[in-house]
Design a protein around this ligand. Sequence first.
Ligand SMILES: NC(=O)c1ccc[n+]([C@@H]2O[C@H](COP(=O)([O-])OP(=O)(O)OC[C@H]3O[C@@H](n4cnc5c(N)ncnc54)[C@H](OP(=O)(O)O)[C@@H]3O)[C@@H](O)[C@H]2O)c1
Length: 331
Amino acid sequence: MATYSAFYIQENEDGRIQRSVVKRDTGDLPGNEVLVKVQYSSLNFKDAMSAHGNKGVTREFPHQGGIDAAGIVEESASGDFKPGDKVIVTGYDLGMNTPGGLAQYIRVPAAWVLRCPRGLNPRRSMLFGTAGLTAQLCINKLQRLGVTPEKGQVLVTGATGGVGSIAVALLASAGYDVVASSGKAEQADWLKAIGASEVIDRAEFGEPNKRPMLQERFAGAVDVVGGDTLGNVIKSLKAGGSVACCGLVQSPAFEATVLPFILRGVNLLGVDSVEIPLPAKQAAWKQLARNAKLPAVEQLNKEISLKQVPAALEELFGGKMIGHTTVKIGR
Ligand SMILES: NC(=O)c1ccc[n+]([C@@H]2O[C@H](COP(=O)([O-])OP(=O)(O)OC[C@H]3O[C@@H](n4cnc5c(N)ncnc54)[C@H](OP(=O)(O)O)[C@@H]3O)[C@@H](O)[C@H]2O)c1
């Protein structure tokens, strides 16, 4: 048993949520097969939801947060892993109702663990984290439906966020003409520096619009926003175009008619990075490894310490964060 530091979310008797870094004991972790000494984690919107007491993400508090972790196997009761293996754990129940990766230790089922692919180490993998995995899965779905760079512009909504900024960088490096939609006009130069060719105000697509179809504009889109934004993006796809839908920061609900689907043959593609089978995650991580040294990916990331997590999650929850944040947990 060892004492370790963890980002901890507690619910007071009056229902108020408290966020802090506390000492925990590895003996209190669940009895799963693989004990991982976490070296890096990263921040996601879901971490901010859990840290703000969202019971749809975390049913019971106190709770050790963090849906991402990368580090070194310290103990393993599974033949698939041995001490010293470099591993990545994202999604499934990590950081939701299982003690998460914003801590020096996690103990998880072997079925959630994947070996760091060649080209990635714990730090480099968390430059992507769940955000990068999701961006890659969105791009894969668009490509499967024929959205190639020659087909025209691709829109990314929530572009200064974690998923959005990594999607901008990955799409640009794959040769796409990327339009970034953002509520932060002052970050237009930053978005262009990581790969956007054009930046539009999020209000352009974020307001309700009763017209059943809008001007055909985009060959594809990565949407992290949902709500009216998603409804308007669907109406703005070119014939045969596709939108990969993965988020809900504006709203989980959106209004639509069948018209863009039956008159333009557009596609609405759902993306889940959490519960997909491990081999599918492994394949996407191998793709990310090929972009591990992309300058834009380093550029859009900032690194913080575990102590800085409570304040950083406030910022993220308020939609004020720029880019993706990695958390250095330990050696
Ligand atoms: N399906 C999956 O497997 C999966 C995986 C990861 C994340 N997600 C979801 O994807 C979404 C984004 O996650 P993230 O970690 O990238 O979050 P994030 O870093 O907070 O980024 C979200 C971005 O959306 C924009 N935004 C914020 N509030 C908005 C509003 N009210 N209306 C319109 N835009 C708004 C902001 O960008 P601008 O200021 O640039 O507009 C913000 O930076 C979340 O809903 C998350 O739950 C899903």
